[in-house]
Design a protein around this ligand. Structure first.
Ligand SMILES: O=C(O)c1ccccc1NCC(=O)[C@H](O)[C@H](O)COP(=O)(O)O
Length: 344
């Protein structure tokens, strides 16, 4: 943490004061990070935002992060940075914090996956409510998110993943909120490109029980900080990796309970389900088991053989979109995917 508190760029006076407070706090109890220290959560967020803004590209490069968001200088240009900064202006953090008082209670996302796995002997299913994707275009023209969510629950899904990104997936927070308010009991993952802690608060106010943190997009410091915010809010964090390097980065972060192995390369869109097996082999797999991490196999799962393959590799849960959302009756699609009725 000290290293990130010694910027090469000069912070403004407010940030300098906050950094000093955080450092004094660290000196007192030795181990605290900015977010754990005695400065307020709002102040910690300001320091964090400043650190992230200054170092993002340097840190990202050193951690092998391939998916870059910010230009080296100047204003944000990536659509998600722009989108989030506009949303933050409309609903600042203090407004979101007030809205938390009226947010529905959080349901146990990881508990639901484990219970389904124990009940069926098969990986717990996170069924994805996704209208379109960058690799496949529109998956379902007659897309009614609540109807699909209800069919998934009827078909035995343990949890649901709801795409909220509009640009690439034609998703929305309205869909997430509508599913949450529809009486569907499955815990909900907010499937979003999270780049800012503000989005976690926002997801919580819209009824999410879990959020996605993508290691290919977020530096270690962000993953650490954001998993703490999730814990603070009672949300589960699904930390997604695609290769060995990302898995190794995530394994050295304490407190991570749920890791997703995406079989899809987010840059090339190439899907290979043997990726799940590769990342769970040998010492790496052993460390994951020792840490008690629940692993989710993600993407490209279409048949009972695919499910058996990733289960044998060591996953306790799977995240599936295309193969079930395209079915006329998504509940039947689940039965076909698993080769048996998992709702019983
Ligand atoms: O689905 C895509 O084309 C995609 C492209 C780029 C980034 C992410 C993408 N999808 C997100 C996902 O990880 C999947 O929606 C999820 O794992 C389900 O995958 P599938 O069962 O293959 O629909």
């Amino acid at each position: 943490m000290q290293q990130t508190l010694m910027p090469r760029h000069t912070p403004n006076r407010e940030i300098s004061t906050l950094i000093l407070k955080a450092q004094q706090s660290e000196l007192k109890d030795g181990s605290a990070t900015v977010s754990e220290s005695r400065i307020s959560e709002g102040d910690a967020l300001k320091v964090k935002e400043w650190e992230v803004g200054m170092f993002q590209n340097e840190v990202a490069a050193s951690q092998g992060i391939r998916i870059r968001r910010r230009p080296p200088s100047g204003p944000p240009q990536h659509y998600k940075d722009l989108e989030v900064s506009q949303m933050k202006e409309r609903k600042p953090l203090f407004t979101l914090k007030k809205a938390l008082d009226n947010a529905p209670p959080v349901r146990d996302f990881i508990g639901a996956l484990k219970a389904a796995n124990s009940r069926t002997g098969l990986p717990g299913l996170i069924a994805e409510v996704k209208k379109a994707s960058p690799s496949r275009g529109v998956l379902r023209e007659d897309f009614d998110p609540v109807e699909i969510a209800k069919a998934y629950e009827k078909g035995g899904a343990a949890c649901l993943s709801v795409l909220t990104d509009q640009k690439y997936f034609q998703g929305s927070f309205e869909n997430l909120e509508a599913i949450r308010n529809s009486g569907v009991k499955c815990p909900l993952l907010c499937k979003e490109f999270i780049i800012d802690a503000w989005q976690i608060y926002h997801a919580r106010t819209k009824g999410a029980d879990a959020v996605l943190l993508i290691a290919g997009v977020l530096p270690d410091l962000d993953i650490k900080y954001m998993t703490k915010i999730c814990k603070l809010l009672g949300l589960a964090a699904l930390v997604e990796v695609h290769d060995e390097k990302e898995m190794d980065r995530v394994l050295q972060i304490d407190g991570i309970e749920l890791v997703g192995i995406n079989n899809r390369d987010l840059e090339t869109f190439k899907v290979d389900i043997s990726n799940t097996k590769k990342l769970l082999e040998g010492d790496r797999g052993e460390r994951i088991r020792q840490k008690g991490i629940t692993v989710v196999g993600e993407s490209g799962l279409f048949t009972p053989d695919d499910i058996s393959y990733v289960q044998e590799a060591g996953v306790k849960a799977v995240l599936v979109g295309e193969s079930i959302v395209k079915q006329k009756d998504p509940a039947k699609g689940i039965t076909e995917l698993f080769g048996k009725d998992i709702s019983l």
